[in-house]
Design a protein around this ligand. Sequence first.
Ligand SMILES: Nc1ncnc2c1ncn2[C@@H]1O[C@H](COP(=O)(O)OP(=O)(O)OP(=O)(O)O)[C@@H](O)[C@H]1O
Ligand SMILES: [Mg+2]
Length: 216
Amino acid sequence: MILAVGNIKGGVGKTTLAVNIAISRALAGHDVLLVDGDEQRTAITFTDLRTEQIGSPGYTVVSLHGASLRTQVRQLADKYNDIVIDVGGRDTGSLRAALTVAETLLIPVQPRSFDIWAVDQVADLVKEALEINELRAVAILNAADAQGHDNEEATRAISEVEGIEMLKILIGRRKAFPNAAATGRSVLEQNPKDVKAVAELNSLINAIYLKQIKSV
Ligand SMILES: Nc1ncnc2c1ncn2[C@@H]1O[C@H](COP(=O)(O)OP(=O)(O)OP(=O)(O)O)[C@@H](O)[C@H]1O
Ligand SMILES: [Mg+2]
């Protein structure tokens, strides 16, 4: 499956979720290509660190942008079981290109108003892409606080956005994500593991790959 993890908003957890998903798929035995579609090259930097720390990263990583992201991903699609594309916050050219080749778009959203408003803009891009590509667009709350009404309110607001499927599950704000990344690892590979972070990641992966639609 070709999965794009994208949002026009920066700092929402795109790279964090993209690398954790890519590693999880690789650990499950799939041949995975991680596409870094961000000029900041964070996924590449992470993979360099991972290679230093544990040897082979377990997946292939490439940096692709704009029109070549689309053409290269199309060409590489037959060679991999899974392609995960991390598309940067500012580069809408690469995001648009990714939306024309991806089967699923995962939109991480933090439960704060600016982030929620950005979902409307992503929905416009999805609508445009739907004219040429049958795309499933799925939003998930990421780095959500454990308490307060923000999560419910954000979930309700995003559920109203046409063309976006809002997942009921969420990913909490958990130190395990930055801590694991700092050692070139996914939360699945930490020792000791944060069992809640692992459970949340696994639920997200099931929602994406098993197509168990948990919309509200
Ligand atoms: N669920 C989470 N819990 C705690 N911290 C998180 C979580 N998700 C992401 N972060 C942290 O938030 C910061 C931004 O995450 P990340 O770099 O993945 O976002 P991004 O959307 O890829 O940003 P950019 O737009 O700059 O590419 C990082 O420091 C990351 O470790
Ligand atoms: Mg990023």
